[in-house]
Design a protein around this ligand. Structure first.
Ligand code: SF4
Ligand code: SF4
Length: 508
């Protein structure tokens, strides 16, 4: 375990006494030059970095009216100050959302407002110095872009957008983050975050078929690159091997099997995650999403279903249509061809929970809840699903559907405190491109508010299972639960619960 103290879990939430700059040392490793350059960014800090950064800021302000409104409209009311899990877990005042925003806002004022140009001290405007740039690198990598603060801001200011802009500027002057940029580079070449080539993926899927056959006696298929399949499943690559993710993938396979829907994954687009969002780059987000469009066209599928992944669902739900022409909006020939190919009776994209929920509603699945009678389950709403997208056709479907799937699969379910779920959910502490071991202190401390809410339901209701529908949340919880004296096996895929409960037929 690393050299820092795990926060104490209190009975009630307590706003910490501030400790200035206590997390100033926290920063992720920078990306190596070859990865930076492969994404079109400078390999290291450029000589004229200050001019380039201001120029990029101007470019972003020109493209995003929202960014300028967010930078102009804060009235320092303070409503957001105690809403960030990283402030609550670290006590560093620069982790208050308003203070984080101000790191960029002060520079924006200096170079882009009349008052800041001529009376900088009066309006808190500052020059972009190397110290300021260093603060950006540190504190914009202490924001998981979870958007919780924006729920409480009377002006709806979205700190996540400001963090994304700051990271985009950092990339353009040569200070990209290793974890995100190396992963993006891998997807461009190999098709997934893990760098798992097609033959290895095929071996993994065949291994799953053998495992399921041994456990159930049933031939459940995990197909790859099968032309003419009805569904293309795009899922986070962690689902192919990590725990507890892979048990979720087994659950998806069983749902497809039980419902008789043919499906396939693609070796070319074997990744739902899209880290282009974390670095604020629409360019990268688009390039990564184009792989999925190409795979869908190549395989001739009728539907695209997205596996359990929070930010991937946000990218799919909110950006696939407009950025990559996967949906009804695209006007280029590939988009039009895909529109003709996809079955209009199903949403594009469709979440795996939405698909399973729909099958349950129609009585197409048989679920034996008693198979999960050893579990008392609670559910962690993942930020990008809860606050940045929807699911299904009903309002608040993103909260209703996963819970309905869980409740159809087990007898014992309890929610955590209302202030910590649904749109108020606390981040797991590892989202937004921060799921890297060089940020372990931040991840553990940032998980504190979620762990505190978990402790209440563990103590009061005997909860022993924390279910989630996000690959990053699952990996983060597997890592941080032991810091808070909980077993890492508490964290579970929602479709693992489905997998245990689903009745596939008699064993042979
Ligand atoms: S978006 Fe989330 S992580 Fe970022 S400042 Fe707001 S609450 Fe904190
Ligand atoms: S809640 Fe909104 S307006 Fe108030 S301080 Fe925070 S960002 Fe500014």
């Amino acid at each position: 375990m690393a050299n820092f103290e795990t926060p104490e879990l209190k009975e009630y939430p307590v706003i910490p006494v501030i400790q200035n700059d206590v997390m100033a040392h926290s920063k992720p490793y920078m990306a190596a030059a070859k990865f930076q350059e492969s994404l079109g960014f400078p390999g290291e800090l450029v000589e004229n970095w200050q001019a380039k950064a201001i120029e990029k800021m101007g470019d972003l302000l020109g493209k995003s009216r929202a960014l300028q409104v967010f930078l102009d409209s804060c009235v320092k009311c303070g409503a957001c100050t105690d809403k960030c899990h990283y402030f609550l877990g670290t006590s560093d005042p620069k982790n208050m959302p308003v203070a984080r925003q101000d790191l960029l806002r002060k520079v924006y004022r200096r170079y882009f407002t009349f008052a800041g140009k001529y009376f900088p001290k009066l309006v808190g405007a500052v020059d972009l110095t190397k110290d300021v740039l260093d603060d950006w690198y540190s504190y914009f990598h202490q924001c998981s872009q979870c958007r919780r603060c924006s729920v409480f801001c009377p002006y709806g200011i979205d700190t996540a957008e400001i963090s994304m802009a700051a990271r985009e500027i950092l990339d353009h002057v040569g200070e990209g983050q290793k974890y995100c940029n190396e992963i993006i580079a891998k997807v461009h070449v190999i098709g997934n975050n893990l760098g798992l080539p097609g033959p290895a993926l095929r071996d993994t899927l065949e291994g799953l078929e053998e495992d399921v056959k041994e456990a159930t006696g049933v031939d459940v298929r995990f197909p790859m690159d099968e032309k003419g399949a009805e569904v293309l499943l795009v899922t986070p690559s962690a689902d192919f091997f990590a725990e507890p993710h892979v048990d979720g993938l087994i659950g998806y396979g069983k749902v497809f099997h039980a419902s008789g829907v043919s499906w396939t994954v693609s070796s070319f687009a074997s990744e739902a995650a899209n880290f282009g969002m974390f670095i604020g780059s629409y360019d990268q987000m688009q390039k990564l999403a184009f792989r999925i469009r190409e795979a869908a066209l190549d395989l001739g599928v009728k539907r695209i279903v997205v596996g359990e992944c929070g930010h991937a669902w946000r990218v799919a739900y909110s950006f696939w249509n407009t950025l990559a022409g996967i949906g009804q909006g695209g006007k280029d020939p590939f988009s039009i061809q895909l529109q003709k190919q996809l079955d209009p009776r199903f949403p594009v994209p469709q979440h795996i929970c939405e698909m399973t929920y729909d099958l349950i509603q129609r009585g197409a699945l048989t679920l034996d809840k008693s198979a999960n009678d050893d579990r008392v389950v609670t559910f962690h709403d993942s930020c990008n699903v809860a606050r940045a997208s929807r699911m299904g056709s009903m309002p608040r479907g993103q909260f209703i559907i996963p819970r309905a799937v869980i409740k159809a699969s087990c007898n014992h379910y309890v929610d955590m405190d209302p202030d910590t779920i649904h749109e108020n959910t606390f981040c797991c502490g590892g989202g937004g491109g921060l799921l890297t071991d060089d940020l372990m202190e931040l991840r553990v401390k940032g998980a504190m508010p979620r762990m505190q809410a978990l402790k209440h339901v563990v103590d009061e209701h005997g909860v022993n299972t924390l279910a989630a529908i996000c690959a990053i949340c699952k990996t983060q919880f597997a890592k941080v639960l032991p810091y808070y004296k909980y077993k890492m096996s508490m964290i579970t895929s929602v479709h693992e619960l489905v997998s245990k409960a689903i009745v596939l037929g008699d064993k042979q």
